[in-house]
Design a protein around this ligand. Structure first.
Ligand code: GLN
Ligand code: ZN
Length: 770
């Protein structure tokens, strides 16, 4: 029985990689300093896994930015627009690489970055490969070889990890018409073979191919590509041992295909899909020379493994196929886990009792090794003690009063049919709201946050360190809020926002005030490039001990006669951007959060707030990988939003906001959310995203974003009226709002002021034209 790991976090437990990259980008360290920083991280990761007792340790799981971009560079899929960079930078591969990731504005060049999108259903973002008709591939970067050699010099014979050729193509995008990217497989395969031959000549034993598209719906052509690729690899390199890794879901309809491939080991994600183990063992189709790698330790979440449960899966497999053919592993790469639980101190935000239920990447590696020892009937005192402690933590979690709150469970159980419905239809509500709010045609608003200046952030930091009293801190925030309210009034904004100056992050802010959430200090996970996030941990039944935002909304409303929007994060987004419980369905946790938000909505209304926005930017990213599972998810997700929004009277206007979404295939569900107003990101697509709403005859009001908040560029009034003219052509004018694409917290005041003045003027012009 062997242990192996699919990938280890490369950011460094103190985000060393983030810091080094950012220093390099700002010119503070040299290229060779950055390489040294990378080497240090790789070495520490390899050494740790070796010392822990992992048999097969991955290499090429390190990346300066993204593993998909690494592959694009390996196979030379470098879009033409970067050729100038190659010319200017000569052989400097890293600068070309960063230019592709981040764009290049230097030396008279202005080249856009490659697109970025989410890695399956995770919060990790990868750089989307760009393909053209007859795309040509050639071996360009030999990073995978360099890293193997580097580890070898440290005395560690690693298992290089590559994204499999089929998944690599499917992760990309056709940049011109006239071809299907999967047809490029014949051009692509020779480069893979070239690399494999080089690895083979260095006496590499195992290569891991990640093919997570095996967890997705595949066309026949795509399925055939798998058969072709792995058949050819076997032919060219008969003695190389290929580990084929699928994760994030079952093989499903691709199971027979997977079992037919001539590989050495098949990796299964038994956390996401435990049932597939029996399917495989019972199928009789597992070839006698293929091993199974059991992905038992959850790479996507922070919970401790339940050893007893894992052991029964291991034992079942051993009985069926024999010990020698069973491998033990995490379910997927550990880049989706925080690094090391041992860095955390016991604090109020992470009580000891909660902590004993957790395992981060470091601990997960140790779990894999312990599982192997347990399965190998290691009965040393030490191992038995570890098992006992593990089972104690499992039992404790089942009964802990920190987790289980009868009141919350009862409330969820007693939610009745119709509790998720507003009192009357949108048509009725719309006319009541028109009278109550007295808004002009094309009302203007913003999405919530105003610039989080260095000053604002420094107040929060000083308050947290105890350098500012609560009183002083709140006074500073009040002044900032007041200034923003008065300014919005002055420029003629119709529906104001308080600015969210008191918030660090749209999920953390609420998590900190809700029961059932824990927070780490160093629980960073890579989101993209050098950006890391620190998701809260939802460990227990969620409820709202007391109002969370009423104080700031009521204060702001007291300063003006114009409506000030109450500003909340929706239940699906809070769920989606946290580590969630694995001891109950996600839908259950989401309903609990929805009820907590509902209480806040009702309290805001009581405090005289007539417009309340519940942000749900993460609805779409929660979609399951397979279409067949979409409807079930959308049903509970939409219901959770409705539950949070429907406790108010008809006159109270509920907004929602979604950025980076496409709506075509979920427009019915968006309509089912029944928000009175939805604001969406639209400017970068030139209002194209509105078409879905137009074709559907979307009945409620819409604010299509008229300017891109991701850039400091100030849009002109003319640009924005033009975009609104486009919107007017497809959506009734009476239903249109004028607003930016998203919140303004990352912008500076200077451009924000100018842009919003232009935006209000654009709305004015639209009204005059009626
Ligand atoms: N209200 C939030 C803000 O303005 C919305 C952020 C988001 O959609 N990502 O910052
Ligand atoms: Zn947004």
């Amino acid at each position: 029985m062997q242990t192996h790991n699919l990938g280890y976090p490369r950011i460094g437990s103190h985000r060393e990689l983030k810091k080094a990259c950012e220093q390099y980008w700002s010119g503070k360290i040299t290229n060779s300093d950055l390489h040294t920083a990378g080497e240090k991280i790789r070495k520490a990761n390899w050494q740790f896994q070796k010392d822990a007792g992992i048999d097969l340790i991955p290499s090429n799981d390190f990346s300066f930015y993204d593993q998909v971009l690494d592959m694009s560079l390996m196979v030379g899929a470098i879009p033409d627009r970067y050729h100038e960079v190659i010319l200017q930078k000569g052989g400097n591969e890293l600068d070309l690489y960063f230019a592709m990731a981040r764009g290049y504005q230097q030396d008279g060049l202005d080249i856009t970055a490659m697109e970025m999108t989410k890695w399956f259903d995770t919060n990790y973002h990868y750089i989307v490969p760009e393909f053209t008709n007859n795309q040509f591939f050639k071996l360009f970067s030999t990073k995978v070889i360099q890293e193997f050699t580097e580890a070898k010099q440290l005395g560690i014979s690693t298992k290089p990890v590559l994204i499999g050729p089929v998944s690599y193509l499917l992760l990309g995008k056709e940049k011109e018409a006239g071809f299907e990217r999967i047809d490029l497989i014949k051009n692509l395969l020779p480069v893979y073979l070239e690399i494999l031959k080089k690895l083979d000549s260095l006496h590499v034993d195992y290569v891991q191919f990640d093919e997570p598209f095996l967890a997705m719906d595949l066309t026949e052509k795509e399925q055939n590509a798998f058969t072709y690729v792995y058949g050819e690899i076997k032919k060219a390199l008969p003695s190389l041992k290929i580990i084929l890794a699928n994760y994030f879901d079952c093989f499903g309809a691709n199971l027979e295909l997977a079992l037919s491939l001539p590989v050495h080991t098949l990796h299964l994600d038994l956390v996401r899909c435990p049932s597939q183990l029996e399917d495989i063992l019972d199928s009789g189709k597992l070839k006698a020379n293929v091993n199974l790698s059991l992905g038992l330790v959850d790479g996507r979440n922070i919970w401790k493994n339940d050893f007893q449960n894992s052991l029964s899966l291991i034992n079942k497999t051993v009985q069926a196929i024999g010990e020698d053919r069973v491998w033990i592993a995490p379910s997927c790469s550990l880049i989706h886990s925080p690094c090391d639980l041992d860095l955390e101190e016991n604090t109020e935000s992470l009580p000891v009792e909660v902590r004993q239920w957790l395992a981060f990447a470091t601990q997960k590696i140790e779990e894999v090794v312990v599982l192997r020892k347990l399965a190998g009937k290691d009965t040393s005192e030490e191992i038995l003690e570890i098992l006992a402690q593990n089972q104690q933590a499992v039992v404790n979690r089942k009964t802990s009063s920190l987790i289980h709150d009868e009141q919350v469970k009862n409330r969820v159980a007693s939610v009745a049919l119709g509790d998720d419905q507003r009192k009357n239809s949108f048509a009725n509500r719309q006319s009541l709201q028109k009278t109550a709010l007295k808004l002009p045609l094309f009302p203007t608003t913003t999405i919530g946050s105003f610039p989080q200046t260095t000053e604002v952030r420094s107040w929060r930091a000083r308050f947290k360190k105890g350098e500012l009293t609560q009183e002083v801190y709140e006074k500073l925030l009040e002044d900032e809020t007041k200034e923003s309210i008065l300014w919005q009034e002055e420029i003629g904004m119709d529906v104001l926002v308080h600015g969210e100056f008191e918030r660090n992050d749209m999920v953390e802010y609420f998590g900190e005030q809700l029961a059932g959430f824990a927070f780490t200090k160093f629980g960073w996970v890579q989101s993209y490039g050098s950006r890391c996030v620190k998701p809260p941990i939802i460990y227990g039944d969620v409820h709202r001990p007391k109002p969370m935002t009423v104080r700031w909304s009521a204060f702001s409303q007291s300063l003006t006669d114009k409506p000030v929007k109450g500003m909340l994060t929706g239940p699906v987004t809070i769920l989606q951007w946290s580590f969630v419980r694995n001891d109950q369905p996600r839908s259950q946790t989401c309903t609990q959060i929805a009820l907590a938000i509902r209480d806040e909505v009702v309290d805001l209304e009581k405090a005289g707030i007539g417009v309340i926005q519940i942000d749900e930017p993460a609805i779409r990213e929660g979609l399951p990988l397979r279409k067949a599972d979409w409807q079930a998810y959308l049903e509970w997700a939409v219901r959770a939003f409705r539950l949070s929004a429907s406790g108010v009277k008809d006159e109270t206007q509920i907004h929602t906001h979604m950025c980076y979404s496409e709506f075509n295939d979920i427009i019915q569900n968006i309509a089912d959310m029944d928000a009175d107003v939805i604001t969406i990101e639209c400017s970068r697509s030139q209002m194209e995203l509105l078409d879905a709403f137009a074709e559907f005859n979307y009945p409620n009001e819409i604010g299509p974003g008229v300017y891109d908040i991701h850039s400091p560029r100030v849009p002109s009034k003319a640009e924005m009226t033009q975009l609104m003219e486009k919107a007017k052509a497809v959506i009734p004018a009476a239903n249109l709002w004028v607003n930016p694409d998203c919140g303004l917290k990352t912008r500076h005041w200077e451009e924000t002021r100018k842009a919003l003045i232009e935006m209000v003027a654009a709305a004015q012009e639209l009204r005059e034209a009626v």
